[in-house]
Design a binder for this molecule. Structure first.
Ligand SMILES: Nc1ncnc2c1ncn2[C@@H]1O[C@H](COP(=O)(O)OP(=O)(O)O)[C@@H](O)[C@H]1O
Ligand SMILES: [Mg+2]
Length: 279
Protein backbone atom coordinates (compact mmCIF):
# COMPACT_ATOMS: atom_id res chain seq x y z
CA UNK A 1 0.00 0.00 0.00
CA UNK A 2 1.44 3.39 -0.94
CA UNK A 3 2.05 6.17 1.60
CA UNK A 4 -0.87 8.11 0.16
CA UNK A 5 -3.16 5.11 0.31
CA UNK A 6 -2.15 4.47 3.93
CA UNK A 7 -2.78 8.09 4.82
CA UNK A 8 -6.15 8.00 3.06
CA UNK A 9 -7.10 4.89 4.96
CA UNK A 10 -6.10 6.49 8.27
CA UNK A 11 -8.32 9.45 7.51
CA UNK A 12 -11.27 7.35 6.42
CA UNK A 13 -10.82 8.24 2.76
CA UNK A 14 -10.63 12.02 3.00
CA UNK A 15 -8.22 13.63 0.55
CA UNK A 16 -4.75 13.47 1.99
CA UNK A 17 -4.14 17.20 1.93
CA UNK A 18 -7.46 18.17 3.43
CA UNK A 19 -5.74 19.01 6.72
CA UNK A 20 -3.09 21.18 5.12
CA UNK A 21 -3.24 24.93 4.64
CA UNK A 22 -4.13 25.23 0.96
CA UNK A 23 -1.84 28.17 0.32
CA UNK A 24 1.22 26.50 1.73
CA UNK A 25 1.29 23.26 -0.17
CA UNK A 26 0.91 22.29 -3.79
CA UNK A 27 0.07 18.64 -4.27
CA UNK A 28 0.09 16.62 -7.49
CA UNK A 29 3.32 18.09 -8.77
CA UNK A 30 5.95 15.85 -10.33
CA UNK A 31 8.43 14.53 -7.78
CA UNK A 32 11.37 16.33 -9.32
CA UNK A 33 11.79 18.31 -12.47
CA UNK A 34 14.34 20.89 -13.55
CA UNK A 35 13.76 23.28 -10.70
CA UNK A 36 11.29 21.59 -8.42
CA UNK A 37 11.57 18.97 -5.70
CA UNK A 38 8.45 17.54 -4.13
CA UNK A 39 8.68 16.96 -0.39
CA UNK A 40 6.52 14.08 0.79
CA UNK A 41 4.73 15.54 3.81
CA UNK A 42 3.19 12.17 4.71
CA UNK A 43 6.64 10.67 4.91
CA UNK A 44 7.86 13.50 7.17
CA UNK A 45 4.82 13.04 9.41
CA UNK A 46 5.39 9.29 9.58
CA UNK A 47 8.98 9.95 10.63
CA UNK A 48 7.74 12.34 13.34
CA UNK A 49 9.40 15.32 11.71
CA UNK A 50 8.19 18.92 11.49
CA UNK A 51 5.36 19.38 8.96
CA UNK A 52 2.87 22.04 8.01
CA UNK A 53 -0.03 19.96 9.31
CA UNK A 54 -2.41 21.96 11.39
CA UNK A 55 -2.58 19.65 14.37
CA UNK A 56 -0.10 20.37 17.17
CA UNK A 57 2.78 17.98 17.40
CA UNK A 58 5.54 17.75 19.94
CA UNK A 59 8.31 18.05 17.35
CA UNK A 60 6.73 21.23 15.90
CA UNK A 61 6.60 22.68 19.41
CA UNK A 62 10.23 21.83 20.09
CA UNK A 63 11.46 23.39 16.88
CA UNK A 64 9.37 26.49 17.56
CA UNK A 65 11.41 26.92 20.71
CA UNK A 66 14.72 26.16 18.97
CA UNK A 67 14.19 28.52 16.03
CA UNK A 68 13.14 31.52 18.11
CA UNK A 69 16.62 32.43 19.35
CA UNK A 70 18.16 31.71 15.95
CA UNK A 71 15.73 34.10 14.27
CA UNK A 72 16.43 36.80 16.87
CA UNK A 73 20.17 36.38 16.30
CA UNK A 74 19.65 36.56 12.55
CA UNK A 75 17.33 39.56 12.35
CA UNK A 76 17.18 41.18 15.78
CA UNK A 77 18.83 44.34 17.13
CA UNK A 78 22.20 42.70 17.71
CA UNK A 79 22.39 40.85 14.39
CA UNK A 80 24.93 43.37 13.09
CA UNK A 81 27.43 41.97 15.60
CA UNK A 82 27.63 38.74 13.60
CA UNK A 83 29.05 38.21 10.12
CA UNK A 84 26.29 36.66 7.96
CA UNK A 85 23.93 36.27 10.96
CA UNK A 86 21.31 34.59 8.78
CA UNK A 87 23.64 31.72 7.79
CA UNK A 88 23.30 28.84 10.26
CA UNK A 89 25.80 26.00 10.25
CA UNK A 90 24.46 22.67 11.53
CA UNK A 91 27.27 20.41 12.61
CA UNK A 92 28.26 17.80 15.23
CA UNK A 93 31.41 16.18 16.50
CA UNK A 94 31.13 12.92 14.51
CA UNK A 95 28.67 11.51 11.91
CA UNK A 96 25.18 10.20 12.62
CA UNK A 97 24.29 12.44 15.55
CA UNK A 98 21.39 14.01 13.65
CA UNK A 99 22.66 16.97 11.60
CA UNK A 100 20.49 16.24 8.58
CA UNK A 101 17.45 15.43 10.73
CA UNK A 102 17.93 18.74 12.57
CA UNK A 103 18.56 20.73 9.37
CA UNK A 104 15.36 19.52 7.71
CA UNK A 105 13.23 20.09 10.81
CA UNK A 106 14.64 23.54 11.37
CA UNK A 107 14.19 24.46 7.71
CA UNK A 108 10.57 23.27 7.76
CA UNK A 109 9.86 25.07 11.01
CA UNK A 110 11.30 28.41 9.87
CA UNK A 111 9.59 28.10 6.47
CA UNK A 112 6.26 28.00 8.32
CA UNK A 113 6.89 31.51 9.66
CA UNK A 114 4.78 34.12 7.90
CA UNK A 115 7.63 36.42 7.04
CA UNK A 116 10.70 34.23 6.59
CA UNK A 117 12.07 32.25 3.69
CA UNK A 118 14.57 29.41 3.95
CA UNK A 119 17.29 28.07 1.72
CA UNK A 120 18.39 24.63 2.91
CA UNK A 121 21.82 23.78 1.52
CA UNK A 122 23.19 20.25 1.53
CA UNK A 123 26.69 21.38 2.42
CA UNK A 124 27.72 17.97 3.77
CA UNK A 125 29.84 17.53 0.70
CA UNK A 126 31.53 14.52 2.33
CA UNK A 127 28.32 12.60 2.87
CA UNK A 128 25.35 14.44 1.35
CA UNK A 129 22.13 12.96 2.68
CA UNK A 130 19.24 15.43 2.42
CA UNK A 131 18.35 13.74 -0.89
CA UNK A 132 18.19 10.39 0.84
CA UNK A 133 16.04 11.73 3.70
CA UNK A 134 13.67 13.67 1.43
CA UNK A 135 13.74 10.99 -1.20
CA UNK A 136 14.94 12.91 -4.23
CA UNK A 137 17.47 11.73 -6.78
CA UNK A 138 20.99 13.08 -6.62
CA UNK A 139 21.06 16.06 -8.86
CA UNK A 140 23.36 18.94 -9.75
CA UNK A 141 23.96 21.46 -7.02
CA UNK A 142 26.50 23.46 -5.05
CA UNK A 143 29.67 21.67 -6.20
CA UNK A 144 28.65 21.91 -9.86
CA UNK A 145 28.25 25.65 -9.44
CA UNK A 146 31.61 25.95 -7.67
CA UNK A 147 33.25 23.91 -10.42
CA UNK A 148 31.77 26.25 -13.02
CA UNK A 149 29.81 23.53 -14.83
CA UNK A 150 26.69 25.45 -13.84
CA UNK A 151 26.91 29.21 -14.50
CA UNK A 152 23.87 30.50 -12.70
CA UNK A 153 23.20 29.44 -9.10
CA UNK A 154 19.47 29.83 -9.83
CA UNK A 155 19.73 26.71 -12.01
CA UNK A 156 20.50 24.53 -8.98
CA UNK A 157 18.19 26.13 -6.41
CA UNK A 158 15.03 24.05 -6.30
CA UNK A 159 11.57 25.24 -5.31
CA UNK A 160 9.47 22.86 -3.25
CA UNK A 161 5.81 22.36 -2.37
CA UNK A 162 6.51 24.34 0.82
CA UNK A 163 6.22 27.88 -0.54
CA UNK A 164 8.95 29.44 1.55
CA UNK A 165 11.44 26.58 1.39
CA UNK A 166 14.06 26.19 -1.32
CA UNK A 167 16.74 23.51 -1.59
CA UNK A 168 20.30 23.63 -2.88
CA UNK A 169 21.58 20.03 -3.22
CA UNK A 170 25.27 19.16 -2.78
CA UNK A 171 25.67 18.21 -6.43
CA UNK A 172 28.23 15.97 -8.11
CA UNK A 173 30.87 14.40 -5.89
CA UNK A 174 34.35 15.86 -6.25
CA UNK A 175 37.71 15.07 -4.64
CA UNK A 176 38.68 18.73 -4.19
CA UNK A 177 35.78 19.81 -2.02
CA UNK A 178 38.04 21.65 0.44
CA UNK A 179 39.52 23.73 -2.35
CA UNK A 180 36.11 24.37 -3.90
CA UNK A 181 34.66 25.55 -0.59
CA UNK A 182 37.61 27.87 0.09
CA UNK A 183 37.35 29.42 -3.37
CA UNK A 184 36.44 33.07 -4.03
CA UNK A 185 33.41 31.77 -5.88
CA UNK A 186 32.08 30.19 -2.66
CA UNK A 187 32.77 33.33 -0.61
CA UNK A 188 30.97 35.49 -3.20
CA UNK A 189 28.10 33.01 -3.42
CA UNK A 190 27.46 32.95 0.34
CA UNK A 191 27.64 36.75 0.62
CA UNK A 192 25.22 37.05 -2.29
CA UNK A 193 22.84 34.38 -0.94
CA UNK A 194 22.93 35.88 2.56
CA UNK A 195 22.19 39.42 1.41
CA UNK A 196 19.92 39.00 -1.63
CA UNK A 197 16.72 38.60 0.40
CA UNK A 198 16.48 40.37 3.76
CA UNK A 199 14.05 37.80 5.18
CA UNK A 200 16.02 34.71 4.22
CA UNK A 201 17.56 32.14 6.56
CA UNK A 202 20.23 29.87 5.10
CA UNK A 203 20.76 26.50 6.74
CA UNK A 204 23.96 24.62 5.99
CA UNK A 205 23.65 20.90 6.68
CA UNK A 206 27.38 20.41 7.17
CA UNK A 207 29.89 17.60 7.79
CA UNK A 208 31.05 16.84 11.35
CA UNK A 209 33.74 19.08 12.84
CA UNK A 210 36.30 16.52 13.96
CA UNK A 211 38.54 15.33 11.19
CA UNK A 212 36.78 17.13 8.32
CA UNK A 213 38.53 20.34 7.28
CA UNK A 214 35.62 21.44 5.06
CA UNK A 215 33.44 22.09 8.12
CA UNK A 216 35.72 24.84 9.40
CA UNK A 217 35.60 26.50 5.99
CA UNK A 218 31.80 26.45 6.09
CA UNK A 219 31.85 27.72 9.68
CA UNK A 220 33.97 30.70 8.65
CA UNK A 221 31.13 31.73 6.31
CA UNK A 222 28.38 31.32 8.92
CA UNK A 223 27.24 33.73 11.61
CA UNK A 224 25.61 31.07 13.74
CA UNK A 225 26.46 27.46 14.49
CA UNK A 226 24.54 24.62 16.05
CA UNK A 227 26.35 21.57 17.37
CA UNK A 228 24.03 18.56 17.45
CA UNK A 229 24.83 16.43 20.46
CA UNK A 230 23.59 12.88 20.87
CA UNK A 231 22.55 12.12 24.41
CA UNK A 232 24.69 9.51 26.19
CA UNK A 233 26.93 9.20 23.16
CA UNK A 234 28.75 12.41 22.27
CA UNK A 235 31.87 12.73 24.43
CA UNK A 236 32.35 15.94 26.41
CA UNK A 237 36.01 16.06 25.35
CA UNK A 238 34.95 15.89 21.69
CA UNK A 239 32.55 18.80 22.21
CA UNK A 240 35.34 20.93 23.71
CA UNK A 241 37.63 19.99 20.85
CA UNK A 242 34.94 20.82 18.29
CA UNK A 243 34.17 24.21 19.83
CA UNK A 244 37.85 25.16 19.63
CA UNK A 245 37.65 24.73 15.85
CA UNK A 246 34.91 27.38 15.58
CA UNK A 247 35.38 31.12 15.41
CA UNK A 248 34.71 32.58 18.89
CA UNK A 249 32.81 35.43 17.20
CA UNK A 250 30.17 32.98 16.03
CA UNK A 251 26.90 32.52 17.99
CA UNK A 252 27.09 28.87 19.02
CA UNK A 253 24.25 26.74 20.36
CA UNK A 254 23.59 23.07 21.02
CA UNK A 255 20.77 20.71 20.31
CA UNK A 256 20.52 17.63 22.44
CA UNK A 257 19.23 15.02 20.03
CA UNK A 258 17.88 11.50 20.47
CA UNK A 259 17.32 12.29 24.13
CA UNK A 260 16.07 9.53 26.40
CA UNK A 261 13.50 11.89 27.82
CA UNK A 262 11.95 12.25 24.41
CA UNK A 263 11.70 8.59 23.56
CA UNK A 264 8.38 7.71 22.02
CA UNK A 265 8.14 4.08 22.94
CA UNK A 266 4.40 4.05 22.50
CA UNK A 267 4.96 4.51 18.80
CA UNK A 268 7.83 2.08 18.63
CA UNK A 269 9.98 5.07 17.87
CA UNK A 270 13.45 4.73 19.21
CA UNK A 271 14.60 8.28 19.24
CA UNK A 272 13.77 11.34 21.22
CA UNK A 273 14.08 14.95 20.35
CA UNK A 274 16.37 17.54 21.62
CA UNK A 275 16.27 19.93 24.43
CA UNK A 276 17.95 23.07 23.43
CA UNK A 277 20.34 25.11 25.43
CA UNK A 278 23.08 27.58 24.76
CA UNK A 279 23.22 30.50 22.31
N1 LIG B 1 15.72 12.82 16.96
C1 LIG B 1 15.65 11.85 16.06
N2 LIG B 1 14.55 11.08 15.98
C2 LIG B 1 14.47 10.09 15.09
N3 LIG B 1 15.42 9.76 14.20
C3 LIG B 1 16.54 10.48 14.22
C4 LIG B 1 16.71 11.58 15.13
N4 LIG B 1 17.92 12.13 14.89
C5 LIG B 1 18.48 11.39 13.89
N5 LIG B 1 17.66 10.41 13.50
C6 LIG B 1 17.96 9.36 12.49
O1 LIG B 1 19.30 8.91 12.76
C7 LIG B 1 20.01 8.72 11.54
C8 LIG B 1 21.25 9.63 11.53
O2 LIG B 1 20.81 10.99 11.55
P1 LIG B 1 21.34 12.04 10.48
O3 LIG B 1 20.55 13.29 10.66
O4 LIG B 1 21.37 11.46 9.10
O5 LIG B 1 22.82 12.22 11.02
P2 LIG B 1 24.01 13.10 10.43
O6 LIG B 1 23.45 13.97 9.36
O7 LIG B 1 24.51 13.85 11.61
O8 LIG B 1 25.04 12.12 9.94
C9 LIG B 1 19.04 9.03 10.43
O9 LIG B 1 18.46 7.81 10.00
C10 LIG B 1 17.99 9.93 11.08
O10 LIG B 1 16.75 9.84 10.44
MG1 LIG C 1 23.80 14.12 7.32
Amino acid sequence: MSTIERALKKQGGKPVDSKLPADNIKQNKPKQNNNYIHIDIDMLAENNMVTNRTERSRINEEYRFIKRKLIINAFGKTSHLLKNPNIILITSTVPNEGKTFTSINLAMSIALEQDKTVLLIDADVVNPSIGHELNYQSTSGLLDYLLGTVDDIGEVIYSTNIDKLKLLPAGSRHHLTHELLTSDRMEKLTTELASRYPDRVIILDSPPLLGVSETQVLASLSGQGIIVVEESKTKTASISEAIKLLDPEMAIGFILNKSNEGKRREKGYNYGYGNYYGL
